[in-house]
Design a protein around this ligand. Sequence first.
Ligand code: 5AD
Ligand code: SF4
Length: 466
Amino acid sequence: MEEEIKRQNEYIDKCREWLSYKEKEKGRKLTACVNTFGCQMNARDSEKLIGILEKIGYVITESENADFVIFNTCTVRENANLKVYGHLGHLSNVKKKNPDMIVGLCGCMMQEPTVVEKIKKSYRFVDIIFGTHNIFKFAEIFYNRIENDRMTIDIWEGTEQIVEDLPVKRQFPFKSGVNIMFGCNNFCTYCIVPYVRGRERSRKPEDIINEIKRLVADGVVEVMLLGQNVNSYGKNLPNPMTFAELLTEVEKIEGLERIRFMTSHPKDLSDELIEVMKNSKKICKQLHLPLQAGSSRILKIMNRHYDKEKYLELVDKIREAVPDISLSTDIMVGFPGETEEDFLETLDVVDKVRFDCAYTFIYSKRTGTPAAAMEDQVPEDVVKDRFNRLLEHVNKIVNENNGKDIGKVMEVLVEEKNPQLDGYVTGRLSNSTVVHMVGDMSLIGKIVNVRLDESKGFYYMGTIIE
Ligand code: 5AD
Ligand code: SF4
């Protein structure tokens, strides 16, 4: 592995040489833009890409009129794919005016052979394509493109390799995502993730702990431990370890103030984890626990390995242990065969749990998944109607929950200068709710006590208490 890092650093150096030659030719610095779609895992991967691009010497910009544009794609729902094709259509015109522009595609969508075929055929101007397993090879793939001057494609079907210690550019100086595992073994029948992200691989605990210690030394106070199913962390390590045990170790890191994690699968959320959450001073009062559906019949066909009762019991157990926890979830409507009664079961769970936040989705057929081949796909108008009813239900409950902490003094991690209100900063409570308050840039990255004065729906206006 050290060999590999050395190799990649050599490619970064070669790309840097090429870039400085280009800078002279153009008489200016060159810019790069990484546009990220999808989840926190992709966001973290993009930080790795930006780290490498900066090391090469690019100036990072948010504009797609850059000299190098990369799309880090998502394919979890068809909409995500359509968005990428939309952007590519636009870029084809931009590139006609600036033929030196380099366009790269990576991420989950590229792990689907039909997508790559389509790009090869209809989007010939794309320069490099790589997947989710070989992001660490980005500089090498880029250099191959420079040398050969033609579309360079490098996609791996899977990997056992976890390459550590390449450059990373964090989006925030004081908080960071930390991958603890990659891939997923669950094969929920609607989901394409196991096909594009591969089998579950856990990073070694010592590598995770060392990374967090380095981050803390560099000013990070909050980490988000990332994995498709963090609750099954460590099962396949040479010395197996549970997620709860990992959290206990992370908690011991001095200087680290807040720990978040996602995503938790209800089937694997152990009593041990609940106990650790209950006793922790650092684990945030927030849990994302995807429900997907409320009907036990549908959950079974989804291959979720829990039923309605088990989910509700789990929620009770968590709330009993950590009463002020904020619960968020993912819910899907229109899974094949979903009847009106099934849907009403979903609404019933929403009513019973009273989630603080729910991400709602319309089922999207993903080619290659078992659900795509199921008969009984639900007609579009029925799905739309259910989706609207679900949204109404969720919004009503979320609105009723809003403002429940008004008058309390709570800890806020200040994250940024408020982009709209002059003289204000914005931060988050442990449960992730946004708070705006008067303050200056010197507070960014600090945890302050704030009185919550006023609720404005999903955020508070507060005052810092000395
Ligand atoms: N259609 C709709 N939503 C999906 N999700 C995953 N696969 C699909 C699909 N085929 C949702 C799930 C998951 C979230 C990340 O995306 O709710 O929890
Ligand atoms: Fe997809 Fe299920 Fe794995 Fe989540 S747990 S990534 S929904 S297969």
